[in-house]
Design a binder for this molecule. Structure first.
Ligand SMILES: Nc1nc2c(ncn2[C@@H]2O[C@H](COP(=O)(O)OP(=O)(O)OP(=O)(O)O)[C@@H](O)[C@H]2O)c(=O)[nH]1
Ligand SMILES: [Mg+2]
Length: 205
């Protein structure tokens, strides 16, 4: 994980008695954008990860930036949990990023209240499929740009919004998937967005 600053929780944190609202959230995005990293860094339980080591057989198929130290990939999904406050708990499902596992996504989306699309600006084209599928399912989402240290281009959020053809009402934020507080901010942005959409629906009903 290089200079990762997040820490895995050392023991299980029991679910608070007051928790009454559980929301299923999925984290989607292209191969190696940091989905597993995000679920690991924010989860208050030891996350379930279905990582497999990538071998030479994947060379040319598994398209990662050369400098990446990544040597495992998610083959089913990640699962973690975070309590945003005394009553609200999020169940996080990290999707697998490689194209050959994308058929699992539609199943993962079932019962999902909202999604985070993680983006690596060096491989923006890999984000389109995620956005497309979420729009198809009508699942509300926010987009979080996981800024990698060796990304020298540092595109602005405005440029990224244009490149992804994201409508103005979709929240777009920066994050560092390795940092718990940053991952948590992304989730809070998503919950605020869901709240806002629900209020809008009430007003127009
Ligand atoms: N420098 C830097 N490295 C990161 C960041 N986020 C993740 N990484 C590293 O990038 C690699 C990719 O992370 P993963 O979390 O496995 O990515 P993923 O999206 O789950 O990948 P797949 O499940 O294979 O699609 C790992 O080696 C991480 O340690 C980041 O913000 N900055
Ligand atoms: Mg993963």
């Amino acid at each position: 994980m290089g200079s990762a600053t997040s820490e895995l929780p050392s023991s299980r944190t029991p679910l608070r008695d007051t928790a009454e609202n559980g929301l299923k959230i999925v984290v989607v995005g292209g191969f190696g954008v940091g989905k597993t990293t995000l679920v690991r860094s924010v989860s208050e339980i030891r996350p379930l990860n279905t990582e497999e080591v990538m071998t030479q057989a994947g060379a040319g198929v598994d398209r990662m930036p050369e400098s990446s130290g990544k040597n495992t990939t998610t083959v089913a999904f990640d699962f973690g949990r975070i309590s945003l406050n005394d009553r609200l708990v999020l169940y996080l499902f990290g999707a697998p990023g490689q194209k050959r596992f994308w058929f699992l996504w539609d199943r993962l989306f079932s019962g999902t209240l909202g999604a985070v699309v993680l983006v690596d600006t060096r491989r923006m084209d890999e984000s389109w499929y995620a956005i497309d599928r979420l729009e198809h399912h009508g699942t509300p989402f926010v987009v979080a740009v996981n800024r990698f240290d060796d990304d020298t281009a540092r595109h602005s959020l405005a440029d990224i919004r244009t490149a992804l053809a994201l409508p103005d009402h979709v929240p777009l934020i920066d994050c560092d998937a390795r940092v718990r507080s940053s991952g948590k901010d992304v989730l809070i942005t998503l919950v605020d967005h869901l709240h806002h959409l629900a209020r809008e629906r009430e007003l127009t009903a």
